[in-house]
Design a protein around this ligand. Structure first.
Ligand SMILES: [Cu+2]
Length: 300
């Protein structure tokens, strides 16, 4: 009976989860969120559709098995069925309970493998960026006209134990208001975002400098390990502008939970300006001359 109750509760929760699938905000999680974050790429949309399809299959199977158990318990109880039959084989039933699960597995495997191919085949990209994981932050390298422009992206407001302490601390350090993350964004916000233009196929090279990390943005439906000495890649094409958050997803050490990922998806018109800002900031910070003045089209 406990098992039955658990199964029914699980199914109920699934239905609830499905109902709130799109309740979450754009680019970041919501309190009490059950479903996924709103998808911002075709990949994320496909991943979520596949997930719900698998959940529906699982729910139907759970209901069917539960109903079967109940039926057997009642129909073949000692009271209702005092003299049990003694047969041991039934070819029809055996064929059915072999073939049906095979069909269910095919119904799961076919869309999964199709989606995997779609995700893993990097199309002709219009922009390539490299993300490197460190203990414990990320940096992003844009190659602008042959020059590597590196932007370090640390957690904003790190080292404070409460939100109010963090706000007071950052203000005391003279940080401008816009650098102080909101309460919901604290521990998700980074000191510098990775910036990409909307409706652009972006190829992201991902690697690590010390230990393994993993780069992910849930709304983009992408996640890949960052492995020292190895270059992994993923692609995405964001179709919505906004700020999108993710977190390092490979347990990488003491401050694993303090290396957020922040991506700004900006309109095409804004992109050149933002990239120029990144180049200028880089030149000012490193003292390296950069004669690079960006024409967006020249970025690869
Ligand atoms: Cu990490």
């Amino acid at each position: 009976m406990a098992r039955l109750t658990a199964a029914l509760t699980f199914t109920g929760l699934l239905a609830l989860g499905a109902g709130s699938a799109y309740a979450a905000g754009l680019g970041q999680p919501d309190p009490w969120q059950l479903g996924y974050q709103e998808p911002a790429t075709d990949i994320a949309e496909r991943v979520q559709n596949l997930s719900w399809w698998l959940h529906v299959l699982a729910a139907v199977i759970t209901l069917f098995v539960t109903a079967l158990l109940v039926y057997v318990c009642v129909k073949f109880s000692a009271k209702n069925n005092p003299t049990p039959s003694r047969f041991t084989h039934n070819t029809t039933v055996e064929v059915v309970w072999t073939v049906v699960p095979v069909l269910i597995l095919v119904a799961m495997a076919y869309p999964s493998i199709k989606l995997l191919y779609y995700q893993e085949t990097v199309p002709e990209s219009e922009l390539t960026i490299k993300a490197t994981g460190y203990q414990w932050y990320w940096d992003y390298t844009y190659n602008v006209e042959g020059e590597d422009i590196v932007v370090e992206s640390l957690m904003a407001g790190k080292g404070y134990s409460t939100y109010d302490e963090m706000v007071a601390g950052m203000k005391a350090e003279g940080e401008p208001d816009e650098a102080i993350p909101g309460e919901m964004e604290w521990k998700l916000a980074a000191t510098a975002p990775m910036v990409v233009p909307v409706n652009t196929k972006v190829r992201l090279h991902v690697t690590a400098a010390d230990v393994m990390h993993a780069w992910t943005v849930p709304s983009f439906g992408v996640k890949v390990d960052a492995v020292p000495g190895r270059l992994n890649e993923l692609w995405f094409e964001a179709t919505k502008t906004g700020r999108f958050y993710g977190q390092c997803s490979e347990l990488c050490g003491r401050d694993h939970s303090y290396m957020p990922i922040m991506v700004d998806v900006v309109p095409q018109e804004e992109w050149e300006e933002r990239l120029n800002g990144i180049v200028e900031e880089y030149a000012a910070r490193t003292g390296k001359p950069t004669g690079v003045k960006v024409a967006a089209a020249a970025v690869e």
